[in-house]
Design a protein around this ligand. Sequence first.
Ligand code: 2BA
Length: 109
Amino acid sequence: MKLVLAIVHSDDAPGLLDALTRRGHRATRINTAGGFLKESNATILLGVQDDLVDEVLGVIQSNCQTRTQYVNPLPPVMEPGEFYMPYPVEVQIGGATVFVMDVEQVVPL
Ligand code: 2BA
């Protein structure tokens, strides 16, 4: 068994969970936030049989869009008299960031 951990955009999470559960996959959503943008995202956890991992990855891929966002970078450390003109930087977010890990044991207590 594998643990699939997918970090997705909050707007994509409800549709993704519907698509996964419709196909009989079990999933848990945790509301999380990105370390860089500090914006809400969602982390979806799935315990998946090895032969179903590719199917799950396909469902994630078809339900999660890539987005472009502009952020203002943190200003650099300035010396007195120096001038800094901030300008927005484009970042590409997701589809999804997915980690697939081996599961040693599942213990339903
Ligand atoms: P954030 O950390 O808020 O990052 C949002 C997007 O900002 C990233 O999109 C990436 O395009 C950009 N970005 C992140 N760190 C950057 C940096 N140091 N310099 C320049 N640009 C940077 P994604 O790569 O698609 O990541 C989306 C979200 O997935 C991330 O939100 C974070 O919550 C999670 N994530 C991505 N890679 C991760 C990793 N290796 N470990 C843990 N979480 C990760």
